[in-house]
Write a protein that binds this ligand. Structure first.
Ligand code: FAD
Ligand code: EPU
Length: 342
């Protein structure tokens, strides 16, 4: 009824995977995107700051929010077939992993390497989610959003989204766009991406020599389940730091001083360094201060062992950033949005 629900003084602990116990003055859960203009026109909402939230799997909340949280809970998947390509419009509140599994069930290819990433479809373009050699941008045709400046629905094609590694226009204009739907173009056939470390070995272990997309998905599920801590067991937001990109001179100098450094030279001549390697080598893997720490399973993952506050988590993340900077001269950047400290 009504397409949305408003809740005052709402707890957010179960709405962020780092399990930070903050509150928001007004929580607006929206289930019908057509009601967005009406909702945004409420005086209490129009005059306050707003944070859009999906599943909260890529956010660090460090303070109570004196404004509105808009929780995207819209649903709907609409597919049109055009020869070998399926064009699919997906509502922002759909779960990403459910959508990936649905595409595989439809015999569509492309998203198999992106299985098991937590979160909503609407958040996927925000940081251009990526894993195991694929980035979602490649399969996005356009993004539909409510433009809070122009006060109308806009459609941004792939170029307008300015996608890059863990980046897009949406990260640069966080108070402007509310993503309402994402349109994908998925082929029935495409060259599978098997080159990321571990995939071929996993397929071999599974006894698969002619892989289909669903085999690759299964291999990625095995790898991810082995490597990453489960937020249902220990609070985390996946990789807390981006893999830093440095120019060739710095990459070569680091490799010279640390031959075991894990790094991937890019097509543009710059190098992407493994932040996990830098963090582990600086001695932080498994380290903790109170309940804030770095996972002992994966050095990129900041974890909440129980009762860490957002500020404690952020302080610990800064110790890691400073430690890596003083050891290697490389400044790590957080991947999730950090609310309240920047
Ligand atoms: P939220 O955390 O709710 O929001 C993230 C950001 O997007 C916030 O800034 C929010 O304001 C904004 N936002 C969300 N929805 C909208 C919308 N509809 N309109 C406008 N802005 C919006 N990420 C990867 O790229 N690759 C991985 O392999 C990966 N693995 C992960 C593993 C684990 C265990 C976890 C916990 C996280 C992982 N992530 C990974 C990060 C996370 O899953 C993705 O960033 C995901 O897209 C976040 O979705 P969400 O709905 O939880 O977004
Ligand atoms: N490594 C370490 N120590 C560790 C873990 C890894 O030294 O504790 C080194 C190993 O050499 C390993 C290399 O780092 O081979 C790369 O590790 P991994 O394959 O786990 O990838 P990553 O670079 O650490 C990135 C993404 C992940 C994504 C994986 C798989 C970023 C910031 N992270 O991690 O995305 O799932 O690749 O593609 O780009 C996320 O964004 O939240 C996320 C989990």
């Amino acid at each position: 009824m009504g397409g949305y629900t408003l809740i005052e003084n709402a707890p957010l602990v179960s709405r962020n995977t780092l399990r930070v116990p903050v509150k928001v003055k007004l929580l607006a859960e929206i289930r019908d995107a057509a009601k967005l203009p009406e909702l945004l026109d409420f005086p209490a909402i129009r005059s306050s700051r707003m944070l859009v939230l999906g599943e909260g799997s890529n956010i660090l909340l460090t303070v109570d929010i004196d404004g509105t949280v808009l929780a995207m809970e819209t649903r709907g998947v609409h597919m049109e077939q055009d020869g070998d390509i399926a064009h699919i419009a997906v509502a922002a509140g759909e779960r990403w992993d459910d959508f990936v599994r649905w595409t595989l069930g439809q015999g569509l290819a492309g998203l198999e390497n992106l299985i098991l990433i937590p979160g909503t479809v609407g958040a996927a373009p925000i940081q251009n989610i990526g894993a195991y050699g694929t980035e979602v941008a490649e399969f996005i045709e356009s993004v539909e959003a409510w433009d809070r400046i122009e006060r109308r629905v806009v459609t941004l094609d792939r170029r307008a989204c300015a996608f890059a590694y863990r980046d897009s226009i949406f990260k640069h204009e966080p108070d402007r766009f509310i993503v309402t739907a994402v349109r994908f173009a998925l082929p029935r056939q495409h060259a599978l991406r098997l080159d990321y470390a571990g995939i071929r070995e996993e397929l071999e272990r599974m006894g698969v020599d002619k892989p289909a997309p669903f085999h690759v998905a299964e291999a990625v599920v095995h790898l991810r389940t082995r490597k990453l801590p489960d937020p249902a067991v220990i609070g985390n937001a996946g990789s807390f730091f981006k893999n830093p990109i440095v120019d060739a001179a710095q990459g070569e100098a680091l490799k010279h001083d640390h031959p075991e450094l894990v790094a991937w030279p890019g097509k543009d001549g710059r190098w992407k360094l493994s932040a996990a390697w830098l963090i582990e080598s600086a001695g932080f893997k498994g380290a903790r201060d109170g309940d804030a720490g770095i996972s002992n399973r994966h050095a990129l993952v900041l974890v909440n062992h129980g009762k860490a506050s957002g500020q404690e988590l952020w302080r610990f993340a800064q110790q890691v950033i400073d430690g890596v900077q003083s050891r290697f001269g490389v400044r790590l950047e957080p991947e999730p949005m950090v609310i309240g400290m920047t």
